[in-house]
Design a protein around this ligand. Structure first.
Ligand SMILES: Cc1cc2nc3c(=O)[nH]c(=O)nc-3n(C[C@H](O)[C@H](O)[C@H](O)COP(=O)(O)OP(=O)(O)OC[C@H]3O[C@@H](n4cnc5c(N)ncnc54)[C@H](O)[C@@H]3O)c2cc1C
Length: 286
């Protein structure tokens, strides 16, 4: 077990930024700790040299409406997402996803920002940010910037965040009449890391056809991904059997799942197709 790293607990965002810019070894922010404390022994990679406990930064809390956006603070926990009337009304798929994460203890501590920066390809909220064209807001002493969720994941467990930045919040555009669906498949329905996790969003046109379709998945590549060919197969189509067949064929061809301890590539490919087909069938009522 490595020596316990030094911990600082700033009381304001300004103080946190001050520490993050002071150079030296990188600070590892500590939010709920449900990922970081698993890594502290060093068995899963380099342990943190210095820990910046951000739990007291209330600037990173809250779920609010900002114009035509739902704005979710980085320190928002899964329990808060499940209990939020705004999320329940405007993005119920996110409440649904939150209910599948760990158990009550993890949902009480695990946060939106931690799920983003941990950047596991199996992170359950991540396909939702991709499917809704959400923006990740990063802050540092130099100011704030917004990065499209699609550009945030730059490689296996790598993100666009710089060492001197904190994730502050996620901005979810609210589009009238857009629907978002979520589905996770794990070993069992509770306390399981996903084998495949999917979020799909679309608008329904006058003729019942899907428009602006987004299909986002986790656990089928090194990062959470959008399935562009699958989206193209669905766009402009009504949710009928032939459209589902074409979309499933496209999806199975374009994802690149791997064999690992949790599942096989073949199973993941098959299940991803089944999940998509069922979702289209439910929407089409066939
Ligand atoms: C038993 C168990 C079950 C789990 N089940 C699931 C599951 O079903 N689905 C799932 O997706 N995950 C699961 N997880 C993983 C974990 O709970 C989530 O990823 C959670 O959202 C992490 O949030 P946190 O606040 O605890 O992050 P922390 O552990 O505090 O931090 C995680 C990483 O993010 C960084 N970080 C955190 N917040 C910020 C910020 N605001 N700005 C910059 N960097 C930041 C930290 O430095 C660290 O690198 C599970 C974990 C455990 C231990």
């Amino acid at each position: 077990m490595p020596a316990e790293p030094p911990v600082e607990s700033p009381r304001s965002l300004a103080d946190a930024y001050g520490l993050l810019t002071d150079g030296g070894a990188a600070w590892r922010p500590l939010a709920g700790g449900t990922d970081l404390l698993v890594q502290i022994t060093g068995e899963l990679g380099p342990p943190p040299e210095r820990v910046l406990d951000i739990w007291a930064l209330d600037e990173l809390r809250g779920i609010n409406l900002g114009g035509d956006e739902l704005v979710i603070g980085a320190l928002t926990t899964y329990t808060e997402l499940r209990q939020s009337a705004l999320v329940g009304e405007l993005l119920p798929a996110l409440a649904e996803a939150s209910a599948t994460i760990g158990a009550a203890q993890i949902q009480n501590r695990g946060t939106v920002g931690g799920n983003l920066v941990n950047a596991s390809p199996a992170g359950d909220t991540l396909p939702i940010w991709l499917a809704t064209d959400s923006l990740v807001v990063l802050g540092s002493a130099g100011g704030e910037r917004s990065v499209a969720a699609l550009d945030f994941f730059t490689g296996y467990r790598e993100t666009a965040r710089r060492d001197d930045e904190l994730v502050l919040r996620v901005r979810v555009p609210l589009l009238p009449r857009r629907r978002v669906r979520f589905r996770k498949v794990g070993t069992r329905r509770a306390q399981a890391i996903s084998k495949v996790v999917m979020a799909v969003s679309w608008h329904t046109g006058e003729d019942g056809a899907w428009i602006d379709t987004r299909v986002a998945l986790g656990s089928v590549a090194a990062t959470p991904v959008r399935a562009g060919a699958t989206e193209a197969a669905l766009d402009g189509q009504q949710p009928v059997r032939a459209a589902a067949d074409a979309a499933v064929t496209a999806l199975e061809a374009e994802i690149q799942p791997i064999d690992d301890v949790r599942s096989t590539a073949n199973y993941r490919r098959l299940v991803a197709g089944r999940v998509l087909r069922r979702l289209i069938r439910e929407e089409g009522g066939w």
